[in-house]
Design a protein around this ligand. Structure first.
Ligand code: DSN
Length: 415
């Protein structure tokens, strides 16, 4: 890639080049990360960043909107086609603002939301006490069982007891499929609005490799990066009856001028996700995750929730290798493998040094890695844990990782 910045701001240019090198030479296993295409990046860096466009297509507060409206309409129609949604809002700046917009559209302060506990795979924005929504609304939580499954009868009982206004499904470290039909039934039974946060699996849904939640939930939120491989951003899909409340909550409720450069970039990513090649990609993401599962199991690693149905694995690394999550993450950082420490259900350790590590396959699959490479990655990871006190061995694994990554260039191939 060529940077004009090289001359105008060499310090920033240097750091961008260094980050590009880190991404090219490192094995990216953080399950919420991916490599956006050069086309997605080009749209993101386009002149749409210069434009103010408060409002929605055809109803803006500033002039000069003919191109902005066309871009936003394209993003909306592509997103609706991709997921089969009745209504879409592409303006949320990211996943947290998208979820906050839904809460503020549908709830009064003090109203109850029933969502999954963070340690059992939920997400901070699903009502963790440290977040703003938790200070405004009342969050109740359901947990997973010892075997990693959700007990829907138990969930039904909790829902009947706490009478949520919103029944929330979705996760950031839960690795199993959930029963959409059961959620829908429970929501209907207790008169709740059903919400699914599909941020982690949106790309898999778009690629038809994972069940589509749209028909089951009143509202679906997502980020557009992660497995969907777009720019960093958020999106809300919903039934028509909620459209007006959602749109009002996003603007003017929570946000000002939408980031139309980001929306242009989302439109490009949705266009890419509509191509047949994206289906091949999404399928391979899951195939790769299943190979990781198999290889880790072969080496007697303890997989939380018993394994995976998606792109992501959660490993109890204390039980597996006697390391804490932070120790494991730090060792792998040394050899150029990036993943994240993560809490596990009923974790006795804190979030800064929990008992688990979380990893996934969206980014390495974008690079073109397949079954054979997955086996090598698990071998490198296991070797690194065994060699944690041996700097020379770690150095040699770092070289192996770099050599493998070099065979699967991300951006350099498009030179
Ligand atoms: N930070 C994201 C993740 O890693 O899952 C969720 O917001």
């Amino acid at each position: 890639m060529k940077y004009i910045l090289q001359k105008s701001d060499p310090k920033i240019s240097y750091l961008i080049a260094k980050e590009l090198r880190r991404q090219e030479e490192g094995m990216e296993l953080i399950p919420s990360e991916n490599y956006a295409s050069p086309a997605v990046l080009e749209a993101l860096g386009s002149v749409f960043t210069n434009k103010y466009s408060e409002g929605y297509p055809g109803r803006r507060y500033y002039g000069g909107q003919e191109n902005v409206d066309a871009i936003e309409n394209l993003a909306l129609s592509r997103a609706k086609k991709l997921f089969g949604a009745e209504h879409c809002n592409v303006q949320p700046l990211s996943g947290a603002p998208a979820n906050l917009a839904v809460y503020s559209a549908l709830l009064k302060p003090g109203d109850t939301v029933l969502g999954m506990d963070l340690s059992c795979g939920g997400h901070l924005t699903h009502g963790h006490p440290v977040t703003l929504p938790a200070k405004i609304y009342h969050f109740e939580r359901y947990k997973t069982e010892e075997d990693g499954k959700i007990d829907y009868e138990k969930l039904r009982k909790i829902a009947k007891k706490v009478k949520p206004k919103i029944l929330l499904a979705g996760f950031s470290s839960y690795t199993r499929k959930i029963n959409y039909g059961a959620f829908k039934k429970i929501a209907q039974e207790v008169g709740a609005i059903s919400l699914f946060d599909m941020a982690h699996v949106a790309g898999l849904v778009a690629g038809k490799a994972y069940p589509n939640p749209i028909a089951y939930f009143d509202i679906v939120t997502t980020t557009t990066h992660k497995s969907l491989r777009g720019p960093r951003g958020g999106m809300i899909l919903c039934k028509k009856e909620f459209a007006q409340a959602i749109d009002k909550a996003v603007f003017p409720g929570l946000q000002g001028g939408p980031h139309e450069n980001n929306i242009a970039s989302k439109a490009v990513a949705f266009g890419e996700a509509l191509l047949p090649s994206f289906r091949v990609y999404a399928k391979q993401v899951i195939v790769n995750a299943k190979i990781l599962e198999k290889e880790f199991k072969k080496r007697k690693y303890h997989l939380v929730f018993g394994g995976t149905d998606s792109h992501m694995l959660l490993i109890d690394i204390v039980k597996s290798r006697g390391l804490t999550g932070k120790q494991a993450q730090d060792i792998l950082d040394e050899v150029g493998i990036t993943l994240n420490k993560n809490v596990i259900p009923y974790d006795l350790r804190g979030p800064m040094d929990p008992s688990g590590i979380r990893l996934g396959t969206p980014a390495i699959t974008t690079r073109g890695m397949k079954e054979g490479e997955m086996k090598m990655i698990v071998e490198y990871i296991d070797r690194a844990f065994l060699a944690s006190e041996k700097p020379r061995e770690l150095k040699s694994i770092r070289k192996d990782v770099r050599d493998l990554c070099k065979q699967f260039p991300v951006y350099k191939k498009s030179k």
